[in-house]
Design a protein around this ligand. Structure first.
Ligand SMILES: [Zn+2]
Length: 488
């Protein structure tokens, strides 16, 4: 398996630190609002990466934090006359709920910043003792960027460029304008915790470093997040961890590309800003995931409602093919052509191999999805050719393969609507003198009666059958493998 490491700008052969095990961390949200679909892209991408690692046989430990104390949370709380804790609890719960609705697996560990103050203070103390950090007169503690000879290793920036390019704000408490806060002294009315430097709260970059170390142990195999986090957030996490504990922080850094809406940057002022919850009110999680995974995680992703509608249609088409394969397997009335069945079974194996090859190449979901779409076409061709003589084993293997590959993407196919209502018994009793109580048998009788009526050119009876089924929300569908009654 090869993974693009954004710290080295290369695809590298993936070798976990402990054979067979993967420890990964993906920065979670700051919980002051509902997450937008750009955030969702990152979380869905890493969910698929995690699922593929698991499907490949790795034992994966996945940690993700909740930043539940931060300037934005405090600002929102003040605007709304609530406490920061109330705002954080509301949006933590909403985040967890909407992630589940998007079929993103829960992390194995979900630490919250406010519950990790002790480990963060311990890390800051270690950094001060080693000369990598200092307490300022105002009660803040800063990380001394120039004390880290490897600063810039994650984002590829160097200190001189940062000095030239940085928007240096005036802060006389810092020894150097590049230094960043590890601990912020409390202002009146802000949530705070006691520390050796007085009442205060941790800086954002501090929490992830402390949590990774506590829950996964450094170095880890994969650290991920949106590309906007590479600098300064990930750079600063890495600087703290490597200076505090003198070992690597993450062997591989992965960053997701940005999400555009109709080709433009998403922004509230352009009116093209959508939350994940809003999108899931109108469309299935499966369709959203299908849309997102048709672009590989590092490339910019173009979201539009038309594309989402298109993904919904693709999903219906794939589900229809899976249903038709199962139907054909269970209703074949003639012997299958052995050579055609063998050729079709070979396509199943080829599709699995192509899917794996793409996913093992830096999680190329776009290519893997292309293999699935190509296979759907081949399945439809096979069903067409085989008619009522499909090979049961090959057709079922194809159906299972489609369902399984999509499951690796966290895409659940819509349930086929085949359950026939009891009302069919009434239709059958009225039209074909059926007196049993088996719904499937009644359906078969009705289809038989319709076929006979059509053969005898008794259009009134054929129409009456169709109309009465319609009243029950049912329709008659002709497929290559035969005729069946289906929900509308
Ligand atoms: Zn982080």
């Amino acid at each position: 398996m090869r993974i693009y490491n954004s710290a080295t700008h290369k695809k590298e052969e993936f070798q976990p630190i402990e054979p067979g095990k993967v420890r990964m961390y993906v920065c979670g949200p700051t919980v002051y609002d509902n997450i937008h679909i750009g955030n969702a892209r990152t979380f869905i991408s890493f969910d698929v990466i995690r699922r593929w690692l698991i499907a490949s046989g790795y034992e994966v430990t996945f940690a993700q934090n909740l930043t539940d104390v931060d300037d934005k949370i405090i600002k929102r709380a003040n605007e709304q006359g609530r406490t920061a804790a109330e705002v954080a609890t509301e949006f933590s719960d909403k985040f967890i709920g909407v992630m589940r609705a998007a079929n993103v697996l829960d992390p194995d560990v979900r630490p919250r910043a406010t519950k990790e103050i002790g480990p963060m203070i311990a890390m800051i103390k270690t950094l001060i003792e080693q000369g990598h950090a200092y307490a300022a007169d105002n009660g803040d503690v800063y990380f001394a960027v120039r004390s880290d000879p490897n600063y810039g290793q994650v984002s590829g920036r160097n200190i001189d460029d940062l000095m030239v390019g940085a928007r240096i704000e005036e802060n006389e408490d810092k020894n150097d304008p590049l230094d960043f806060a590890l601990w912020k002294a409390a202002k009146p009315g802000e949530p705070s915790w006691p520390s050796p430097w007085g009442e205060g709260r941790p800086g954002w970059h501090t929490e992830c470093a402390a949590m990774v170390h506590r829950y996964l142990g450094t170095p880890i195999d994969i650290h991920g997040g949106g590309s906007d986090l590479a600098f300064p957030h990930h750079e600063n996490e890495c600087a703290q961890a490597t200076c505090a504990w003198h070992q690597g922080f993450s062997n591989t850094w992965m960053h997701t590309g940005m999400l555009l809406v109709d080709g433009e940057k998403m922004s509230k002022s352009l009116g093209n800003f959508f939350t994940l919850a809003e999108v899931l009110e109108q469309h299935s999680a499966a369709a959203l995931r299908l849309l997102m995974l048709q672009t590989s995680y590092r490339s910019p992703l173009d979201f539009s409602w038309e594309r989402l509608e298109g993904a919904e249609n693709s999903l219906t088409r794939i589900a229809g093919t899976v249903e038709n394969l199962r139907w054909a397997a269970n209703h074949a009335t003639a012997d299958a052509d052995a050579a055609a069945a063998e050729a079709f079974a070979a396509k199943v194996a080829e599709t699995r191999a192509a899917f794996k090859e793409c996913m093992d190449d830096d999680f190329n979901t776009a290519g893997a999805m292309g293999a699935v779409f190509g296979f759907v076409t081949e399945c439809n061709q096979y069903l067409e050719q085989a008619g009522d003589a499909a090979d049961k084993a090959a057709a079922l293997a194809a159906a299972d393969t489609l369902a399984e590959l999509l499951d690796t993407f966290g895409i659940e196919l819509p349930e086929p609507k085949v359950e026939l209502p009891l009302g069919l018994l009434g239709v059958a009793a009225g039209l074909v003198a059926y007196t049993g109580d088996d719904v499937d048998e009644a359906a078969a009788k009705i289809l038989e009666a319709r076929a006979e009526a059509r053969a005898a050119k008794n259009w009134d009876l054929a129409d009456a059958i169709r109309d009465q089924l319609k009243d029950l929300g049912l329709t008659i569908e002709d497929t290559a493998a035969g005729t069946r009654i289906k929900s509308l």
